[in-house]
Design a protein around this ligand. Structure first.
Ligand code: CMC
Length: 378
């Protein structure tokens, strides 16, 4: 018996009760634990946001200090993980490297004591601490360098940029990167979060939960779109080519990367904040030709698709920010993952508290009593 209509992509079907985040797709509002994202990005930090998402309240000054210290302490990765990563092909995509390495953490830390709050706390700290180190380590090793050790003088965002470039970033760059992490930290039940929840619901270890979410985030319809946006802006190449490009996409029924969202039918509030950050960065580092193309593209897409509710999503401007920060294109999605680990862990914890294994049903469309045809007769 089917109680509800089949909806491709489970559109509009609630898969859980959750108090972690809220999206109003008509008004363009995103809240983490009830706090507006604009306020959080102005006043808070990424680690404070991660704490809020995972433990359901803002930390006190002491709690935040302790959390930051614990993360700093766990940032290093074991040499066996580093050596394993050394064997990865340097042409491999960093998301694949990250998925493999995240899963490998389970080999070292999987005690699977899911009813022990101390185990949960440590898993949260280890994953938040080590994922950025693994992304940066793979990037260094694929260039033939040794990984750069985390720098204890630097905070979470600054340290990641340092491990990537071996230069201490200037404070504005580090602050902007921290804001980008906060913006990407959580977004209700999207594909990767759902994947994390399904994996969590089997009571497997948290490293498997994060590894499965990373694999899901990698696709071009989800986190992979930010990398595609930059490729698209390069392909367009000039403001004059924007309109012909959009017309070609319409004729070929091809989606324009960085636009559209299952929930938002107006401009994604994260895209607005990211666009402001791009402008701030330009003040520091000069104009970027791709920004002008992006603004024109937004205008032409709105003209053609605005009536369908197709506006820029989070991925449209994030790539421009990252490129300005000197980050290679294929690390954009791993950076999304670094941030989203906070949201995935929050949903993992929420799932464990009320767990029932996910086991949806299907609408069977096959035949019955089909004959087995012997192989010689096929
Ligand atoms: N360009 C052109 N048309 C679009 C686009 C787009 N980017 N997105 C949706 N549409 C059209 C689509 O063709 C369809 O039109 P029609 O009703 O005439 O057939 C209508 O809008 C609904 O699209 P849909 O694909 O059914 O919508 P969905 O909710 O299943 O998909 C989406 C949402 C984000 C996957 C989709 O908008 C898309 O593929 N966008 C491009 C990729 C992208 O930017 N992804 C990042 C998403 S936000 C961050 C994240 O999730 O990681």
């Amino acid at each position: 018996t089917f109680f509800c209509e089949y909806k491709p992509g489970l559109e509009g079907i609630p898969a859980a009760k959750s108090s972690i985040s809220h999206v109003d797709g008509q008004k363009g509002i995103l809240e983490y634990r009830g706090i507006n994202i604009e306020e959080l990005t102005k006043k808070g930090s990424f680690l404070e946001t991660a704490y809020l998402l995972i433990w359901d309240r803002l930390p006190t000054k002491e709690e935040l200090k302790q959390f930051e210290t614990n993360i700093l302490y766990h940032r290093r990765i074991k040499y066996r993980i580093r050596d394993m990563m050394k064997c990865f092909p340097e042409t491999g995509h960093p998301m694949d490297a990250l998925q493999t390495s995240a899963a490998a953490l389970g080999l070292f830390y999987s005690r699977r004591a899911l009813d022990d709050p101390e185990y949960i706390r440590k898993a949260v700290v280890r994953l938040l601490a080590k994922i950025p180190t693994m992304v940066a380590a793979f990037h260094q090793m694929r260039k033939g360098n040794d990984p750069i050790q985390p720098n204890d003088e630097l905070d979470y965002a600054a340290n990641f940029l340092y491990m990537l470039t071996e230069r201490k970033p200037d404070p504005l760059a580090a602050r902007i990167f921290d804001v980008c992490l906060t913006l990407h930290a959580e977004h209700t039940i999207n594909a990767s979060t759902f994947s994390a929840m399904v994996t969590a619901s089997t009571l497997t270890d948290p490293y498997a939960v994060i590894a499965s979410a990373v694999g899901t985030l990698a696709g071009p319809l989800h986190g992979g779109a930010n990398e595609e946006v930059l490729l698209m802006l390069e392909e367009i190449g000039s403001i004059e080519n924007v309109r012909p490009y959009v017309e070609k996409c319409i004729a070929n029924k091809q989606k324009i990367m960085g636009f559209g969202h299952r929930v938002y039918k107006v401009k994604d509030p994260r895209a607005t904040i990211l666009q402001d950050l791009v402008k701030q960065l330009f003040g520091e580092t000069g104009q970027d030709p791709y920004y002008d193309i992006a603004v024109e593209l937004e205008r032409v897409v709105e003209e053609n698709f605005g009536h369908k509710g197709i506006y820029p999503n989070v991925d449209f401007y994030s790539g421009l920010v990252y490129r300005k920060l000197g980050i290679p294109d294929d690390l954009f999605t791993p950076i999304f993952a670094i941030a989203r680990v906070a949201g995935w862990l929050a949903h993992w914890k929420e799932q464990l508290a009320v767990n029932r294994i996910f086991r949806p049903t299907q609408v069977y469309t096959g035949v019955h009593n089909a004959p087995y045809i012997p192989i010689e007769e096929r």
